[in-house]
Design a binder for this molecule. Structure first.
Ligand SMILES: [Zn+2]
Length: 105
């Protein structure tokens, strides 16, 4: 748990481009230079613009996170999804609670 990436191999890091913050596969944390193209996790081919590169006048990324990349990176990393799924134990429990409320009513 405390060793996220060991040895060589790829990881997923965030990269702003095309008006959103996308995830991309990378082998190091080094940022992409201006003009560099990359394929995002959601399948788009994007180009890094000047506004997407960190600098003295550009301390952080302000564009919203790409929803598709956010979901996909959670799946790839095995993290829980932000919203409840349509299947699983959660919905079953909710169904039981709803029934109990209806019986009590
Ligand atoms: Zn994306």
């Amino acid at each position: 748990m405390s060793s996220p990436t060991t040895g060589e191999g790829s990881m997923w890091i965030w990269q702003q481009a095309g008006g959103h913050r996308h995830a991309r596969e990378a082998t190091s944390h080094s940022e992409l230079p201006e003009g560099q193209t990359f394929v995002s996790l959601c399948g788009e081919t994007l180009t890094v613009l000047n506004r997407d590169v960190h600098g003295p006048n550009q301390p952080g990324w302000l564009d919203p996170t790409c929803v598709t990349c956010d979901l996909q990176i959670r799946v790839n990393l095995g993290l829980p999804l932000p919203r409840c799924g349509t299947d699983g134990a959660g919905s079953a429990n909710r169904e039981t609670q709803t029934r109990r409320k209806m019986e009590a009513h």
